[in-house]
Design a protein around this ligand. Structure first.
Ligand SMILES: N[C@@H](CCC(=O)N[C@@H](CS)C(=O)NCC(=O)O)C(=O)O
Length: 106
């Protein structure tokens, strides 16, 4: 349990933009994850991802780590942004793009 939390902490700290999702960006396996990927693809900056269907311990523990019950989960610069509906809303309002660009700027 502590080990999993440590793995999650490292993933979130080492990747400025990371999407926890079902499936992969090439083959999302849930409509919510597909929607999140669509937005991230539209923003066009690189992002890391974890397929939680292949990582059951992360699937079980990330909701406790971030106090957020569902997937997908987008984390930017160590902070939880939210799930697909928030991702879409922040994209439409113009907030998400600059946030991701700033996080991925060299
Ligand atoms: N409002 C959320 C809904 C996401 C959602 O309901 N996800 C479900 C189905 S993919 C989920 O993560 N269930 C818990 C699980 O499968 O572990 C969003 O837009 O991201």
């Amino acid at each position: 349990m502590d080990d999993v939390m440590e793995v999650i902490r490292e993933q979130i700290e080492k990747n400025p933009v990371i999407l926890y999702m079902k499936g992969s960006p090439q083959f999302p396996q849930c409509g919510f994850s597909a929607r999140a990927v669509e937005v991230m693809t539209a923003i066009g900056k690189p992002f890391a991802y974890v397929n939680i269907l292949e990582a059951p311990e992360i699937r079980a523990n990330l909701p406790k780590y971030g106090n957020w019950p569902t997937f997908p989960q987008l984390w930017v610069k160590g902070e939880l942004i939210g799930g697909s509906d928030i991702i879409l809303e922040m994209h439409r309002s113009g907030e998400l793009g600059p946030m991701v660009e700033d996080a991925t700027a060299a």
